[in-house]
Design a protein around this ligand. Sequence first.
Ligand SMILES: Cc1ncc(COP(=O)(O)O)c(C=O)c1O
Length: 441
Amino acid sequence: MKRDQSAALFTANSRLIPGGTVSLNRKVEPLIAFARGKGASLWDVDGNRYTDYHAGFAPYLLGHADPEVEAAVMQSMQEGWTLAGSGTTPWEGRAADLLCQCVPNLEQVQFATTGSEATYHALRLSRAFTGKDHVAVMQGGYNGWHDEVACNVMTPLGAIGPRISRGEYPFIPMSAGMPEGVENRVHVLNFNDLEAVEWAFSTYPVACLISEPILQNIGIVKPKPGYWEGVRELCDRYGVVWVMDEVKTGFRHHIGGYQSLAGLKPDLSVFGKAIANGYPLGAIGGKAEIMELFNHPEPAKRVMIAGTYNGHPIVMAAAIATMEKLLRDGAEIYPRLERLGARMEAGLSAIFAERGVTATVARQGSAFCAYFMDHAPVDWHDIAENHDMAFDVKYRTALIEKGVYHFPLPTKQGSVSAAHTEDDIDQTLSATKVVLREIMA
Ligand SMILES: Cc1ncc(COP(=O)(O)O)c(C=O)c1O
């Protein structure tokens, strides 16, 4: 594929933007400048078309530029919905109502602009509620870019050592510039390991445990049966707030989030991404006794929530349209996503077997990840020890050249959207066959 315009744009943008892009995790080879998305397709500035499985790190559940969501956004602008920055609005009430309808576990909700803001608020609420300071996170989990959660995702094993249950991994920050002492309050635990959770809760004054219910920033790492039920029990026993980070799982696997699918009851939950089908929204919700701290009558006990763009009308319009569509058509959309995901899983598994590639396709509904190892992983150590990372990158990069866009870093989750068709999946499978033949030659 020719990408002269992409290269030129990266060079031009690099003059004023450090690194040439506004989110530096997007700076991956091949360097591509994307211009347009519609349905299951992306186009770059050179006019190349890709069937998209990255979905901008997963928000586009309904596909790019879903007509109903776009119409609602346009209508909000035509009707002059505004953000006065004062008082409330009808649409934030409507969005809250819909979110609580979708996720029955939520008694109250609040809105911010990003998933990271929502997880930040979850930490503050938990500390204010428990009077404790420490936080438990998972090795291999991602919960946003702020201090205390921006750590230990795809950490080299050389930095964290062997798998450990009665103990924690060293805190490996993903950013320079964090204040000293963060590492003393954050405990990075082995996923799928109740002994590690109990060890942390009995050793430190832990305010909250925050985790994705399925680790979807290292592919698809599912909880073992009984793991989350055990975490619930330990949180109750030790007075720890359980924060379920549903920024990636929420609305993708079930309209009520993974918690509804699995019958789980976290204390707080955070949402983002698919809730507004690609418009910038973060949401936090859960038990009223915790959420009410945002409105505590005593200022010293009140948890601050503010944000010039919280409840922005365009974003609220997108969220309302997305949730209304999922409430109306979810009975058709979710089974369809499951069928498309299953078609991808079965097709990829057959192709890998046919070509003699050791691989396991892990999947939850429309989200999937091909691991080049002989079993589905249970935690980050399992992946780091067994997954062929170099082959994964080669595979993704070769697919991109055939017009199939997966994020070209190892273990990044693929997302099928409601706009994908069976034909899209079949064409992707055909491209996969060609790519494997080429890279194994
Ligand atoms: C599970 C999870 N939590 C939180 C976040 C942060 O969301 P945002 O990028 O909107 O700040 C992400 C982003 O990828 C995520 O995957």
